[in-house]
Design a protein around this ligand. Structure first.
Ligand code: IMP
Ligand code: MG
Length: 195
């Protein structure tokens, strides 16, 4: 597939808008964990959330720790919508305050799976912080504690989010123009959980 050109995207959130929102999310989380911040573990859902996590954690108390996991969904060549761990956390989370850091909640399938999987490990608390939320696409309802921006149903790239593995290193977020999205015949992210 020929990757879309920059003129095929509409800028959505520039660097300044992202920095301001993430700073205020960080302040909100810091206030919420003020009494027990050393118990907080940030769980980054790779690859999409890596840029967001790196910026967010620099607004949190230095006592927080972090860990990483990656999810995927398929069996054989056809996606089943079933999610599994590609790789898992390196540390136990029993008794910890776990904050999942995600790039975007779309159908909700990945976060639904992850909440169930991590709940079984008996954390003290478990919540989700997502940079972007597309509530119009939800198939599985999931509780979201912190949201950066709620957006309409458009395919977005940049600041960690990809189209076929590309554009993650754009410093801003842009949306694929609807006519280009239609011409591509469906959206495809390396991290996407197919329906
Ligand atoms: P889910 O449908 O909520 O399970 O989302 C699965 C994953 O798909 C998200 O964590 C993202 O990594 C990816 N994804 C969903 N929507 C987009 C998008 O608009 N651009 C890039 N990746 C996306
Ligand atoms: Mg993701």
């Amino acid at each position: 597939m020929n990757l879309p050109a920059f003129e095929d995207f509409d800028p959505l959130y520039d660097e300044a808008a992202l920095a301001a929102r993430i700073k205020s999310l960080g302040e909100e989380i810091s206030r919420d964990v003020a009494n027990d911040s050393e118990n907080l573990v940030l769980v980054c859902v790779l690859k999409g959330a890596m840029v967001f996590m790196a910026d967010l954690m620099r607004h949190l108390p230095t006592s927080v720790t972090c860990d990483f996991l990656r999810l995927s969904s398929y069996s054989g060549t056809k996606s089943t919508g079933r999610v599994r761990f590609d790789f898992d956390l390196t540390q136990p989370i029993k008794g910890k305050d776990v904050l999942i850091v995600e790039d975007i909640v779309d159908t909700g399938r990945s976060m639904h799976f992850l909440l169930k999987a991590l709940e079984a490990r008996e954390p003290k608390s478990l919540s989700i912080c997502t940079l972007l939320d597309k509530p119009g696409r939800r198939v599985k309802q999931v509780p979201i504690r912190y949201t950066g921006f709620s957006i309409e149903d458009r395919f977005v790239i940049g600041y960690g989010l990809d189209l076929e593995g590309r554009y993650r290193n754009l410093p801003y977020i842009a949306a694929l123009r609807p006519e280009i999205e239609a011409a591509l015949g469906g959206k495809s992210s390396e991290d996407a959980i197919e329906e």
